[in-house]
Write a protein that binds this ligand. Structure first.
Ligand SMILES: [Fe+2]
Ligand SMILES: [Fe+2]
Length: 322
């Protein structure tokens, strides 16, 4: 897997130290005040409860299927533990991507208040890498980064403008994380994971706010062709996240099933068949709602869904109205 990403995005000095953005100053103050410590603020000493799952079975769709219920108890717990580890591993890798990207934002955002705020986010993301790594250590299993996630993070890290990095990371990846954390707050069975998700989500809320504040001011001022390029960048990144193009290398979610002794294709086919018979809904329902409820509205909020690009969002089922 490629470890280096090149970017031509320039590092910018700023010698006007006086901030002109009270809303961003306020966010910076909140960020300083709300720092927490992975070693102190997570109840690690409770340890994992042997007999319980990472996520509540009642909130995990697969456990409602006949396929799942035909498995032995041991295979059921293995499959759920592997799937949880796969998902949390993607968070750990995604947090590293956020750490790297936010380090770049300190360099390339032009305003002093943006640089100071981004510096607090660098520390937030370092803490998130640490906390997910430590939790995966408790689960005693972890997975490589998924191809699509690596591709989208690489595209953001390689982007040649701070605006594109900010859209990709602060609006798209952060909204995706926020939406998934909200789901995880309901799903988490384990009290350690519950406190990880609560504290991490609190940080991510500020990160999305930074993206919305800085981009809603910047985008209306951008030359038309730069704004168009930014709209295209956002849609292309969304395409990678939805699995259209990219995703060549890296881990595949099917590995979680293979490691539990299940053929992932057989599992997918059996579940798809059951769902079709039961409700007519497809397998991707939950993930799409994160895109619908968090990411797309935030892209619209900063002005990146113009009349020009809206039909493509409709075509991909990301916007429902005609
Ligand atoms: Fe994070
Ligand atoms: Fe973040």
């Amino acid at each position: 897997m490629k470890l280096e990403v090149e970017t031509t995005c320039p590092t910018q000095w700023r010698f006007e130290y006086q901030s002109n953005d009270p809303a961003l100053d306020d966010l910076y103050e909140r960020a300083k005040k709300d720092q927490w410590n992975v070693s102190v603020d997570i109840p690690w000493d409770q340890g994992l409860r042997e007999d319980s799952d990472v996520f509540k079975r009642a909130e995990t769709a697969i456990t409602q299927t006949k396929f799942f219920n035909s498995l032995t108890e041991q295979t059921q717990s293995d499959l759920l533990a592997n799937q949880a580890a796969f998902m949390l591993s993607q968070f750990m890798h995604g947090e590293q991507g956020a750490l790297l990207c936010c380090g770049q934002l300190v360099d390339c955002v032009p305003s002093i208040e943006g640089k100071l705020y981004a510096a607090t986010q660098v520390m937030d993301e370092a803490r998130h890498v640490e906390v997910f790594h430590r939790y995966l250590g408790l689960l005693d299993r972890s997975y490589d980064i998924a191809g699509g996630l690596k591709d989208v993070l690489d595209a953001i890290l390689a982007a040649d403008s701070w605006q594109a990095k900010c859209v990709g990371m602060q609006i798209m990846v952060e909204s995706l994380a926020m939406g998934t954390f909200r789901n995880m707050m309901i799903q988490a069975e384990d009290p350690i994971l519950q406190s990880i998700v609560r504290l991490t989500a609190q940080d991510e809320t500020r990160h999305v706010a930074f993206g919305i504040l800085s981009l809603s001011e910047e985008i209306p001022k951008m030359p038309e062709e730069d704004r168009i390029a930014l709209e295209d960048f956002a849609l292309a990144a969304l395409g990678i996240l939805q699995g259209r193009g990219g995703g060549g290398g890296g881990a595949n979610a099917g590995q979680a099933a293979i490691d539990a002794g299940i053929d992932p294709q057989e599992m997918r086919d059996a579940i798809a068949k059951e769902r079709k018979e039961a409700t007519g809904q497809s397998f991707k329902t939950e993930q799409r709602s994160v895109l619908h409820e968090y990411m797309v509205p935030n892209l619209a909020k900063v002005g990146l869904i113009s009349d020009r690009i809206r039909p493509q969002y409709q075509e991909y089922g990301l916007i429902r109205e005609a």
